[in-house]
Design a binder for this molecule. Structure first.
Ligand SMILES: Cc1ncc(COP(=O)(O)O)c(C=O)c1O
Length: 385
């Protein structure tokens, strides 16, 4: 079967953007809005990273780098894997990309041909599905529920694997649920994918932002997976557009060719800046921020439950809480619109993350200060109870 849908018909927008635009409009008119819809850290980029960028820019040598990125940065990331995960990854297997977005696009382009299929979770990060479709491949969205921690399992893969399936994409911790795949489950998934001769892609963008135990990297279990990561979230560099992809031995040359043609190279100033991301003083700043995120999570989780939002699985990472709003509404977008207009609180509707129970879920992001979170909860309490 070949797909003949016009490409743009398959690309869905982020509904939350409409809410954000409306929030800005209300703010321009003098309303105060509590923002819990935004998927990026509120903290500024750490000072040592900015200083490294400024020093590099001052030299004026802002030429293209190799499409795979600066070797010094690839080596630094390899060192980070050694230090943090006790795993050896050759710098040759690490490719610098424009954000995790660039890494996802490269990984999907490398593993999927037209009409081939990748299994993704629903709910999940919506761009995964859209990118696969954009490449002429197909995303098989598998409904995941609280009973499996909103994550794919080996059993689910077995159920949904078809002749066309070539790959599986996991995200741990996940957006929007913040849940982590336990090591044993990760191992089972990997074993299953290997038996099917498929490819395993793991988005580890929220690694570093975990609040109980630190998950292993898939690279601790296999050197055959594709790992997507980024400087955006943990390192506080969303706007710098820098991420990385780890590939199995021998794949770098293929990605190099795709990258050369699609974006040529990741931004040079950002690559210089990122060299400072692994310095001890930067990591100390990031650790303080992680602790602050943990405090926010520990405040918001019980507060939302008390208001009547059902949160079946406590998130262990990222900066999101995925909550059922069933008690209040069965139309998540309308619910978010009402909360914005009537309570002055902005959150993201479940429909941005798929179709599985999407109308009875919303996502809260704790990417704002404790004071703001407290104000948000007060407003929700006044409006809902
Ligand atoms: C799960 C996940 N993957 C990838 C991305 C893309 O991030 P970036 O391109 O900024 O690195 C995001 C951004 O929100 C995300 O939540």
């Amino acid at each position: 079967m070949t797909s003949s849908k016009p490409r743009l018909a398959t690309i869905t927008p982020f509904h939350v953007m409409r809410l954000l635009a409306r929030a800005r409009e209300l703010e321009a008119g003098g309303r105060d809005i509590v923002h819990m819809e935004i998927g990026e850290p509120d903290f500024p980029t750490p000072a040592p990273i900015i200083a490294a960028a400024q020093a590099a820019i001052a030299t004026g040598k802002m030429y293209y780098t190799a499409a795979t990125g600066m070797l010094a940065l690839r080596e630094r990331i390899a060192e980070f894997y050694r230090q943090r995960y006790a795993v050896t990854v050759s710098p040759q297997r690490i490719i610098i990309t424009p954000g995790a977005s660039g890494a996802l696009l490269m990984a999907l382009a490398a593993v999927l041909n037209v009409d081939e299929e990748i299994i993704v979770s629903d709910p999940g990060y919506p761009c995964n599905r859209n990118m696969a479709e954009f490449l002429g491949a197909r995303a098989c969205s598998v409904p995941v529920t609280a009973s499996n921690g909103y994550q794919l399992t080996a059993k689910l893969l077995q159920q949904y694997w078809t002749e066309q399936t070539r790959a599986v994409l996991l995200a741990s911790p996940s957006n929007p649920t913040g849940t982590i795949i336990a090591t044993a489950q990760l191992r089972e998934i990997n074993d299953y994918v290997v038996r099917q001769d498929g490819k395993l892609l793991v988005d580890e963008i929220y690694h570093g932002l975990t609040y109980r135990e630190s998950p292993v990297s898939i690279l601790n279990l296999t050197d055959q997976a594709y790992v997507i990561n980024s400087f955006s979230k943990y390192f506080g560099m969303t706007g710098w557009r820098l991420g990385w992809l780890v590939v199995p031995e021998g794949v770098t040359e293929q990605i190099d060719r795709i990258a050369q043609n699609i974006y040529l190279a990741a931004p040079t100033p950002s690559q210089h800046a990122a060299l400072a991301a692994f310095e001890p003083q930067t990591l100390a700043i990031l650790e303080q921020r992680r602790e602050e995120f943990a405090r926010r999570r520990d405040f918001l989780l019980p507060a939302l439950r008390e208001l009547g939002f059902e949160i079946a699985v406590a998130p262990q990472g990222a900066f999101y809480i995925y909550a059922s709003c069933e008690r209040f509404s069965s139309d998540s977008m309308a619910f978010c619109e009402t909360l914005l207009e009537k309570a002055g609180v902005a959150i993201t509707p479940g429909i941005d993350f798929g179709v599985n129970q999407a109308n009875t879920y919303v996502r809260f992001a704790y990417t704002t200060s404790m004071d703001q979170l407290q104000a948000g909860i007060n407003r929700l309490r006044q409006f809902l109870l």
